[in-house]
Design a protein around this ligand. Structure first.
Ligand code: GDP
Length: 291
């Protein structure tokens, strides 16, 4: 997956999305449950102002259940309607049209009062590349809709897809670019594979993942790499030493060695990052909600 940064295209895509917003009642924003805030783009707030908003914590199957629940509560406190889903298997997906229908109750009541028959709930799915937009659209449609590439500014004839008895969905999702609000956000995005890794180096991403695992998932770490129990109480001063020691142990255990027998840190880093992305370390959430 490539993300290309063409300011002209981005501006055009943004204008198109604002135009499409006029046709819809509910904006369905997808985020990655492993990094919910980092996988959002604050532009949605601007583009979707005045619209009902549903926030889907997608890829819930890949994340830590307890933390996903905390994120759901957090977003609900922020005034969103939040809902967990695993679009790949369809878990949580069939409830989405009903949730949307409840969200439009006020609009429908107003129209009925005026003697109009309300139309179906019209929704648009938006989110950054790779968050699962096409997968969710296909699930909701109950069939395969052609995948539109992550190319900015692609114009195609849009179609409404029926989803359940009450909802209509635009077949082309709105693509937002990830927003690098800070270097840390870039690391979250790189760790999950949401951005091309050559934007950042593997060693940095691996260190970032290890720091989180040491604090929150030490047993998964030692189990995967057959390490002695990892010291949970790593203070900032000894964290660096601990990380170097972990790299050495993991590299050696996994045979990531250079010709002379010393540890190949690049290969070890890549291994750690791939293991995280491929769920070899378990269902782990990287970003936790603010308390
Ligand atoms: P898009 O770029 O936002 O349209 O993302 P896609 O729908 O193409 O999905 C990107 C990748 O994530 C694909 O490999 C999907 O199979 C996978 N995917 C999407 N949703 C989920 C989910 O809820 N759980 C898991 N495990 N994988 C998902």
């Amino acid at each position: 997956m490539t993300i290309q940064w063409y300011p002209g295209h981005m501006a055009k895509a943004r204008r198109q999305m604002i135009e499409r917003m006029k046709q819809i009642d509910v904006v369905i924003e997808l985020v990655d449950s492993r990094i919910p805030e980092a996988s959002r783009n604050p532009l949605v707030d601007e583009m979707a102002s005045g619209k009902s908003r549903l926030l889907i914590l997608n890829k819930a199957d890949m994340a830590d259940k307890l933390i996903t629940q905390k994120w759901e509560n957090y977003y609900e406190r922020q005034g969103y309607i939040a809902h967990q889903a695993d679009s790949r298997t369809g878990k949580g997906v069939s409830a989405i049209p009903e949730v949307v229908h409840r969200m439009t109750a006020g609009r429908r009541a107003k129209l009925e009062q005026k003697g109009f028959r309300p139309h179906a709930d019209r929704a648009l799915i938006i989110g950054i590349p790779n968050v699962g937009k096409s997968t969710l659209i296909n699930r909701l449609a109950g069939r395969k809709i052609a995948k539109i590439g992550d190319r900015p500014g692609v114009t195609t004839a849009q179609q409404w897809i029926r989803a359940g008895n009450t909802m209509e969905l635009l077949d082309t999702p709105g693509i937002l670019w990830p927003k690098f609000k800070s270097h840390e956000v870039g690391l979250y995005l790189a760790a999950t594979g949401a951005i091309k890794e050559d934007l950042l180096d593997f060693q940095e991403i691996a260190v970032f993942i290890l720091k989180i695992l040491i604090r929150r998932y030490p047993s998964q770490l030692s189990e995967r790499y057959k390490l002695p129990p990892v010291n949970r109480s790593a203070t900032d001063e000894n964290e660096q030493d601990l990380i170097v020691a972990l790299f050495d142990q993991i590299g050696r255990n996994r045979g990531c060695l250079m010709k002379g027998g010393s540890i190949d840190y690049d290969r070890t880093s890549e291994l750690i990052v791939r293991d995280y992305r491929n769920q070899k370390l378990g269902h782990l959430t990287l970003q936790t909600p603010p308390v």
